[in-house]
Structure formats: structure tokens, C-alpha cells
Design a binder for this molecule. Structure first.
Ligand code: ADP
Length: 651
């Protein structure tokens, strides 16, 4: 018996037990090798007139025998002679495929500068070969599931077949063998089941098909299995009325993989139907996607990207369990099914695929060695999504509004979570309901429609649009010719607060202090009223105690006697949102009770103060404060006292 060339049992042991986190990839590796072997023979046929082989003649076959506990992966590719067997399977970490690929690449003119930006191309010129192997270790992954491996192979053009056999770390043997036709059979004897590990699952049609579909669905050659089917036997002539149909099992070859990587095709060549079907089956959605985005880029790293914007949010989008990410393929073979790095959080709802044959994969081919490659692709993906959304906003308003209704919240979170650093790129995608226009508008549209003297973007935040539209402060701002954006999502205000401004226009909550709407004359008049009624204001503040930080003259109210506004960074709406978060429930706003001193109620207050009826002043102060809270949709602190105040008044 020959020892492995690395002469290190440890290395193979490491290979088998430590490199892979995911045992089931063994089949992916064997099928990838088979595909490489087909590719090599096909490539040879292109340059050698004597080889009459077309792509259609090449296929990969997977079979299993439950009793014998074997799985066989066969190809009719290039095969290996004894020397190649020795070199390829006797040397751990020797990859003939890698050398083959390197030789291929030498001929291609790739940009020498790796920093060079990739260029988007209409269509990737599909190479004739698409070699997958690169490390020379994939093959050994089969020892994770197999106790014995036999490889029977015959080099194309040779008469002699050879068998390579090994039980793992001890070494291997190579001996002459019998085999019809060229190519390779890899026969795994699957280890017995253990309590912890159900290996029997690989010895079933379902189990194998599942692995093929998941990892090797887009391998370019058909992966065929002889699959079991049922059919009804013909009814015998003499069957009576009580005849129950009989069924028989029969076997038929089936191509399990779909082969055509749809993301490599030019968008104009793929029908909407094809995209829709692909999306639904690949990403398990019942509905067609709203948008399909495809990118083909060539440069230091070439890649194909196919993205889908779902037409409705996944039910768990905002739950902690939601995992974002794109499927990452390298040369049509699945490497990772949710690669987070490829998508920013706020586009987490986007589904899709990235495929690149230039990725330097980690040796287990489960992750990448260089995240900079991923970052470069992720940057492009993000740019492309933003560009596509802008295009939709510009050309298909209704569609965009639908999109925004589904996923606007994610974008707002994105701005908030990144402390507003991306507000310029993402801010232009935002939409809010305009109180003036009674429709959704973008911030740019709001700014466009502003009167010249207006220098801020006004918004109101609350539970429902109807309620907001009727809020006294909102109507006052509207009356002064300013539009107000009505924000009803809890994230809205947080988003605006982190943005602070958009295109140099400050974002102002109409319920915040200092709206900048008052004229100087208004301000002076208000100061005078406050001075004249200092004692009343003090008495009211005292009656309200800690509930408010001050009682002040309002310059923004008409029609109603009072309202509550908030000083400082926390608004009343934010206080409501904080109240739901255990870690922030003590975050309170600084409330100000604003009085409309032109309202008849103010006269009543004044009269009570002048009459020295401090009890009445206190009661009315509480009532004004409580009703303003109700208008705001805030709970009143002491409903019993409020009811009592009203009852006393009515008596
Ligand atoms: P890699 O695929 O990364 O090169 P492997 O350990 O899987 O590494 O395989 C090592 C080498 O063995 C391959 O490069 C290839 O030359 C050879 N090989 C493996 N499987 C086959 C096969 N089915 N047909 C022909 N050659 C094969």
C-alpha cells in the first residue's frame, strides 16, 4: 500500500474532520470534479479534430445501493491514467484542475490592476469551460461520510482502466481494473449510522436529489438519476366491478439539476415568466417578484448578479430571526446560501444570487478568503439597487409607492441605524404623506413645492393620518402656507432626528419648540402677554408640577385653547415609542403646555386668577393639560382625577 504523498496522516485527518463544517457538501465536491472532468474532455474536443464529442454527449450520473450502502458518482469525462491517479488523488492539495484553469486564464486579457473598477457588460461571453476545482482537497471530503472509497477511471483514448482505493488516512492502492468507456466512477461505501449522525439519509433518492438540487443545480452538465416512479397497471379484461387498480414501481432516468444558470443570461433573452418561476421556486415565494435586476460585470473580478425585489414583505422581515443575504455561487456551484456581506441591512428584503468564478474561496469552499472581493461586489449591488429604485420612482410612480409601502420602513431603519451617514443616498428614496397635497411625496418634491421664505421641512408624527391632519398645530402650520408631512410609522421620527436635515433644509417636528413661523411682532406680543400674566402662568405650572417643564404662550394655535409640545430632542411620539422598549422606558420628553391667549378660555383663566380662586386655576390647568394630552393620543396620567374635574365642573 502506498502512503499519501503529503506523508501526513494528520493533514488528511484535518482535511476530513476540520475543514468542513457541513458534511453534506461531499456530493457537491464529487459532482464538481465530475463536471470539471467533462469540461476538460469537451475542451480537448474543441482543439482535437479526432475527438467527436459534443456537449450533449456528456453527463454525470448519481446512483445508490441501499443494501450495499454505496453511492456512485460517474462521469464520462476525461478520466485519469495511473500516473494521473497517483498525482491527483495521491497528493493531498494537488489540484490538476487549478493548473488547467490557470493555463486557460493565461490566454485571457484581464485588467492587470486589481483595483480597477469592473465594467458592466451586457452579456458575459460564456467561456467554453468553467472549471470549479482549485484546492485539490475537495475529493477527500467524501471521507466524512464514507469508510471506503473506490475510484475506477479510464483516461480518454486509453484501453486500460485503473482503480484507486482507500479507507482514509492509512493510504491508498492503485491497481489495474475493468471499465467500459472513458471517465470516472467514484464509489463511496457509506459509514454506518450513529446516534448523532443519520448517514442513511444519503442512501435515498430523496436525500440525494435534495443535495443535487441544493448545491449542484446549476452545474452545466446533466446530473442524471434513475428515479422511482409509480404507474397504474392496465385493468385486466376479466376484472369485475369491484376491481381496485394496481400500481407498479418502475425506474426512469431523470435529470435532477436544472443546469441553466438564469443569472448568466442576458435580461432581454429571459422572459418574465422564466424569471418569475425561477424566483418562486428558488426563494419559496408564492407571488411573483415586483422587480428583477440583473448585472453582468467584468474586470478584476467578474461576476453575475440577479436580484429580486419581492412584491410583498416576508412575514418575518422585521423579526430578530430574519436572516438577510444573497446566494453566493462560484462557477455555478453554491457556496453559501445567505451571504450577509453582500447586502446592506436596509436592503435585507432583496433576494438573489451572486456568481463569480474569480472568488478566492476558503479551502472548504464554504467561505471566502478575501472579504474585499465581497465588499466590492456588495458596493456594486447596493448602487444598482438604489439606481433601480430611483428609476422606478421616476418612471413608475405607482409601482414605487407599492414598493415603498412594503419596504420603506427598512430604508428608514437603514438611515436611523447608520446615524444618518447615508441620508443623501437613501433620503431621496423616502416618501411621506403630504397633508397639503393629500398624497405621498418625496422630500425633494416637498422642497420643490416650498414657498420661497420657507427654510425647513415640517412634519408631524402620530398614530394615524386622520388624527394628525386635525391636530391644531398641523392646521396652524398649514394655514401659514407650509405643507406638513404626516408620519405614522414609529421609525419616522427617529429617522428624521438622525438625518437632522435633507438637502440643507432642517427637518422640524411641528410639535417641537421654535418652528420659526412666528414673526418678530408675534414674538414680542407673546412675550408681553407672558409678562402681564406671570402670576397665572406660575400658578398653572405649580398645579401641573413635574408633568410639564413650563407653561408658555403659544404663537401657533388658533381655535383651540391649548396644546402640548416638547422641548429638547425627545418628542411626544418618540416618548411613546420609547415606552415600549424596556431599555428606554425612562426616556421622557420635556413637555410644554402652550396656551392660546386669544382663546375665550384664557379669559376665564385670567378671571379665576384675578378672583384669587387658586383651586379653580389649578383644576382648569389640569383640564387643559389633560385634554391636550388626549388630542395628542397620549394617555392622561390620572384619569380618575380628570373625570372628577369634569364632574365638579358640570355640577
Ligand atoms: P480540486 O477539484 O479542487 O482540484 P480534488 O481533491 O477534488 O481537488 O481533486 C484533485 C484532482 O483530482 C482534480 O484536480 C482532478 O485533476 C482529479 N479528479 C478528481 N475527480 C476527478 C474525476 N471525476 N475525473 C477526472 N479527474 C478527477
Amino acid at each position: 500500500m502506498q502512503k499519501f504523498k503529503t506523508e501526513s496522516k494528520k493533514l488528511l485527518d484535518l482535511m476530513i474532520n476540520s475543514i468542513y463544517t457541513n458534511q453534506e457538501i461531499f456530493l457537491r465536491e464529487l459532482i464538481s470534479n465530475a463536471s470539471d472532468a467533462e469540461d476538460k474532455l469537451y475542451f480537448k474536443s474543441l482543439t482535437d479534430q479526432d475527438i467527436q464529442i459534443g456537449k450533449g454527449d456528456l453527463s454525470i450520473r448519481v446512483a445508490f445501493d441501499k443494501e450495499a450502502r454505496t453511492i456512485t458518482v460517474s462521469d464520462n469525462g476525461i478520466g485519469m491514467d495511473a500516473e494521473e491517479l497517483e498525482k491527483n488523488l495521491g497528493t493531498i492539495a494537488h489540484s490538476d484542475s487549478f493548473e488547467f484553469k490557470a493555463a486557460q486564464k493565461q490566454g485571457e486579457d484581464k485588467p492587470a490592476n486589481s483595483d480597477e473598477e469592473e465594467v458592466e457588460v451586457e452579456e458575459r461571453v460564456q467561456g467554453d469551460v468553467d472549471i470549479i476545482g482549485q484546492f485539490g482537497v475537495g475529493f477527500y471530503s467524501c471521507f466524512m461520510v464514507a469508510s471506503h472509497v473506490r475510484v475506477v477511471t479510464k483516461r480518454y483514448g486509453s484501453d486500460q482502466a485503473f482503480a484507486w482505493e482507500s479507507d482514509g488516512v492509512e493510504g491508498y492502492t492503485i491497481s489495474p481494473a475493468q471499465k467500459e468507456g472513458h471517465g470516472t466512477d467514484v464509489i463511496l461505501t457509506i459509514k454506518p449510522n450513529t446516534d448523532a449522525d443519520n448517514l442513511d439519509r444519503y442512501l435515498s433518492e430523496y436525500g440525494l436529489k435534495d443535495l443535487i438540487k441544493r448545491y449542484s443545480n446549476y452545474v452545466r452538465y446533466p446530473v442524471v438519476m434513475n428515479c422511482s416512479h409509480q404507474r397504474q397497471l392496465p385493468k385486466p379484461e376479466d376484472a369485475g366491478d369491484d376491481y381496485t387498480p394496481e400500481w407498479e414501481e418502475y425506474f426512469e432516468d431523470e435529470t435532477v439539476n436544472s443546469m441553466i444558470p438564469i443569472w448568466k443570461r442576458r435580461k432581454s433573452e429571459v422572459t418574465d415568466e422564466e424569471y418569475n418561476e425561477f424566483y418562486k421556486s428558488q426563494f419559496h415565494d408564492f407571488a411573483d417578484p415586483q422587480r428583477v435586476i440583473s448585472v453582468h460585470a467584468e474586470g478584476a473580478i467578474s461576476y453575475d448578479v440577479l436580484l429580486f425585489i419581492p412584491s410583498r414583505p416576508p412575514y418575518d422581515l422585521y423579526s430578530r430571526d430574519f436572516k438577510r443575504g444573497l446566494e453566493l455561487y462560484s462557477s455555478n456551484v453554491l457556496i453559501m446560501d445567505k451571504c450577509e456581506e453582500l447586502l446592506p441591512d436596509y436592503f435585507g428584503f432583496v433576494r438573489g444570487i451572486v456568481d463569480s468564478q474569480d472568488l478566492t474561496l476558503n479551502i472548504s469552499r464554504e467561505t471566502l478568503q478575501h472579504n474585499s472581493q465581497l465588499r466590492a461586489i456588495a458596493k456594486k449591488v447596493e448602487k444598482k439597487i438604489v439606481a433601480e429604485l430611483e428609476k422606478m420612482l421616476k418612471n413608475e410612480r405607482e409601482e414605487y409607492e407599492k414598493f415603498f409601502e412594503n419596504f420603506g420602513r427598512s430604508i428608514k431603519y437603514g438611515i436611523y441605524m447608520s446615524y444618518g451617514t447615508n441620508k443623501d443616498e437613501l433620503g431621496k428614496l423616502l416618501m411621506f404623506h403630504s397633508a397639503k397635497e393629500n398624497k405621498m411625496v418625496t422630500l425633494d418634491e416637498y422642497i420643490e413645492a416650498m414657498p420661497e421664505e420657507q427654510d425647513a421641512i415640517y412634519y408631524a408624527a402620530g398614530e394615524s393620518r386622520g388624527r394628525l391632519a386635525n391636530m391644531p398645530i398641523v392646521t396652524t402650520v398649514l394655514e401659514r402656507g407650509r405643507d406638513v408631512l404626516l408620519c405614522t410609522q414609529d421609525v419616522d421620527e427617529f429617522c428624521f432626528q438622525t438625518m437632522m436635515d435633507f438637502h440643507e433644509k432642517q427637518l422640524k417636528n411641528v410639535a417641537g419648540a421654535d418652528l420659526g413661523l412666528e414673526s418678530e411682532a408675534d414674538k414680542t406680543a407673546a412675550e408681553q402677554v407672558a409678562k402681564d400674566n406671570e402670576a397665572l402662568f406660575d400658578a398653572m405650572k405649580e398645579a401641573l408640577g413635574e408633568s410639564v417643564t413650563k407653561v408658555a404662550v403659544s404663537t401657533r394655535l388658533s381655535g383651540v385653547p391649548s396644546c402640548i409640545t416638547a422641548e429638547g430632542p425627545i418628542s411626544l411620539e418618540m416618548e411613546k415609542a420609547f415606552a415600549m422598549m424596556p431599555e428606554a422606558e425612562n426616556m421622557k420628553s420635556q413637555r410644554v403646555l402652550e396656551l392660546n391667549t386669544d382663546h375665550p378660555v384664557f379669559e376665564v383663566m385670567k378671571a379665576a386668577q384675578d378672583a384669587g380662586d387658586s383651586e379653580k386655576v389649578a383644576r382648569y390647568a389640569r383640564m387643559l393639560y389633560n385634554q391636550a394630552l388626549l388630542v395628542e393620543g397620549m394617555p392622561i396620567e390620572d384619569p380618575v382625577e380628570f373625570a372628577k374635574d369634569i364632574t365638579d365642573l358640570m355640577r
